[in-house]
Design a protein around this ligand. Structure first.
Ligand SMILES: NC(=O)c1ccc[n+]([C@@H]2O[C@H](COP(=O)([O-])OP(=O)(O)OC[C@H]3O[C@@H](n4cnc5c(N)ncnc54)[C@H](O)[C@@H]3O)[C@@H](O)[C@H]2O)c1
Length: 259
């Protein structure tokens, strides 16, 4: 990724921090975008400590179009180019089921997770088109491919991300802009830590959800992000790639293994 530059939203923690650090370790200049200023600066400091190239923190709430436009423009102003973007920021507050979920929760989740991601693409794509192309990676989820109970707005937002990813991929393929989604399974990050601390589940519970029986960390996701951002995936666009240790590959079998 040496010579390339781009941005990662939600890079103040979790999967976004992991991909920002990984992309920088491969030589890319990265704009770390988050609404959490302290954590955003921490990620930039980590990239410097890793020995990576110059990184930049930009404060922005992805649900605010003016802030998104400013962050994209500031990335291009700082690095002179926008080769890749990992649109990753999201929230997942506890909402209850479809009947229990409040309109406030519904609007807040859709506005960050889906509208915010679309706003990022709306401002990134013209920059990429004007320089001959680029690669966008949107973070969906396993629950962008399958349903899950008790998080209706989150599940809807993650399904929506796959839809808008495919639409943009078709629209801008001929202009050289590739648009793909990743669909992680459960990963140990800010979204999942609280449940562990509250004793709602354990590391074993998280590991039991995938056929590899592995607790996943951001580093388990960042290689797939970097591949989709790089020229190694130059003929790949419009895909929703599970990065989940096989979770959405199928159902557990009820048949015992043959003796
Ligand atoms: N952790 C998982 O198990 C898991 C599984 C599948 C998909 N995902 C997805 O991965 C992505 C990253 O989540 P994570 O698990 O790393 O969570 P996280 O909470 O650890 O990190 C999310 C980051 O996004 C930032 N953020 C939140 N709202 C923002 C906004 N409006 N504007 C700018 N920044 C904002 C937060 O400050 C935080 O730094 C999300 O899209 C999430 O839905 C996570």
């Amino acid at each position: 990724m040496t010579g390339k530059a781009g941005l990662v939203t939600g890079a103040g923690y979790g999967i976004g921090r992991g991909s920002a650090r990984h992309l920088a370790s491969l030589g890319a200049q990265v704009a770390v975008i988050d609404r959490d200023v302290e954590r955003g600066h921490e990620t930039v400091d980590m990239i410097a400590a890793d020995g990576g190239p110059e990184a930049l923190f930009l404060e922005a709430d992805v649900s605010d179009e003016e802030q998104v436009a400013h962050a994209v423009a500031a990335t291009v102003a700082a690095f002179g180019r926008l080769d890749f973007a990992h649109n990753n920021a999201a929230i997942s507050p506890v909402t209850g089921n479809t009947v229990e979920c409040s309109l406030e929760h519904w609007d807040a989740i859709l506005s960050v997770n889906l509208t915010g991601l679309w706003l990022c693409m709306k401002h990134e794509i013209p920059q990429m088109v004007s320089s001959g192309g680029g690669a966008i990676v949107n973070t969906s989820s396993g629950v962008g491919l399958l349903g899950m109970s008790h998080q209706p707005a989150y599940v809807a937002s993650k399904h929506g991300i796959i839809g808008v990813t495919k639409a943009a991929a078709l629209e801008f393929a001929a202009a050289g802009v590739r648009v793909n989604a990743i669909c992680p399974g459960p990963v140990l990050t800010g979204l999942t830590e609280q449940g562990l601390l509250d004793g709602k589940y354990t590391l074993d519970t998280l590991a039991s959800l995938n056929p590899m029986k592995k607790v996943a960390y951001p580093d388990d996701i960042s290689g797939a992000v970097a591949w989709l951002c790089s020229d190694a995936s130059a003929f790949v666009t419009g895909v929703a790639l599970p990065v989940d240790g096989g979770t959405v590959a199928g159902l557990p079998s009820f048949r015992p293994p043959a003796a």
